[in-house]
Write a protein that binds this ligand. Structure first.
Ligand code: DGY
Length: 323
């Protein structure tokens, strides 16, 4: 039997590429630059499976293909708001993602951002590197203490709970959360986490607000001028979820006016571009979407794609089917 033809849209960890290549007839995007919509469309006609990443836009226009050869989009990443799942369904494509394996590392990064923003670590590092540090003094670069404060989680799924675990057990923080979906009581109980009925309640009460909901149109600009105005003046906003959840221009306004203390951001609407005003905010920590960027996690994500492909081509339901 001839091998299934697979297109991988970006370079992956070597071990995963090697295994994939042994099993399938694989085309790797050697140049490692994002593919165009037209190339993705063509790929749906030429390959049995296409493996996009979270930086490939697989929208309705790309998926508007009559009789695609591909029957599965096995995405490398947990978030799948880059794929129009309704259009994929209409085109007869199964969609899978890579959950669980990146929860810990993404939560680690949320805590990194919280601490960097609270303790002005990015600003401090820039000062030292610019040879502008004049020495210790009692009033120099004063941050804010987060230990013992309130950690507010919006989206109490796997990553949100991992972040909450670190905040609670590592920094003695009280955890409050909002999630529109039911959360098993035992998962909240182990962190003594208290549910709030609205996003607004979390924003008003938390010292640190950490975002962990999916992207897409339902959560587009969920954090906007009005909601930022509810946060405490010394509060910190952390986003390791999806850029479009936050109105970047509104956040820059809040940071410049000092109506919140700081923000730690790993994701941006329309990345790699970011809202231009954010560059001017010294109280914003800006990272280039590093949530899952550790070698073991990026490999684990690849193995997860592989098991989805294997199940699909064996005629089984892929373990991480999302559409
Ligand atoms: C994801 O998987 O959704 C992250 O944003 C990238 O690892």
């Amino acid at each position: 039997m001839s091998k299934k033809k697979i297109l991988v849209t970006r370079r992956w960890p070597t071990a995963v590429e090697e295994k994939l290549t042994a099993l399938y007839d694989v085309t790797l995007n050697e140049s490692d630059v994002p593919m165009t919509g037209a190339e993705m469309r063509q790929a749906l006609l030429d390959y049995d499976a296409v493996c996009p990443t979270v930086s490939d836009k697989v929208d309705a226009a790309v998926l508007d293909v009559a009789s695609p050869r591909a029957k599965i989009l096995a995405s490398y990443g947990v978030g799948y708001s880059h794929i129009d799942t309704d259009a994929a369904k209409k085109a007869g494509l199964v969609v899978t993602n890579t959950p669980e394996v990146l929860s810990e590392c993404t939560a680690d990064l949320a805590i990194t951002l919280m601490l960097m923003a609270a303790r002005r670590a990015g600003e401090g590092e820039r000062e030292v590197r610019a040879h502008k540090w004049t020495g210790w003094r009692p009033t120099h670069m004063i941050g804010r203490k987060v230990s013992g404060g309130v950690f507010g989680v919006l989206g109490f799924g796997r990553i949100g709970r991992e972040a909450a675990k670190r905040a609670h057990f590592g920094f003695g923080m009280k955890v409050i959360y909002f999630d529109p979906f039911p959360v098993k009581p035992e998962l909240a109980a182990e962190l003594k986490a208290e549910k709030r009925d609205t996003i607004e309640e979390v924003l008003r009460e938390a010292d640190v607000v950490s975002l962990h909901m999916p992207g897409g149109k339902d959560n587009y600009h969920l954090i906007n001028d009005d909601r930022l105005a509810l946060m405490k003046p010394d509060a910190i906003l952390v986003n390791t979820a999806r850029g479009e959840v936050v109105d970047g221009a509104a956040l820059a306004r809040a940071l410049k006016r000092g109506t919140i203390f700081a923000a730690g951001l790993d994701v941006f609407e329309g990345e790699p571009r970011i809202a231009p005003d954010l560059y001017e905010c010294d109280n914003a920590v800006l990272l280039p979407h590093l949530g899952s960027a550790t070698s073991s996690t990026r490999e684990a994500m690849g193995w997860r794609v592989l098991s989805n492909l294997e199940a699909f081509f064996d005629g089984r339901t892929p373990p991480d089917r999302v559409a």
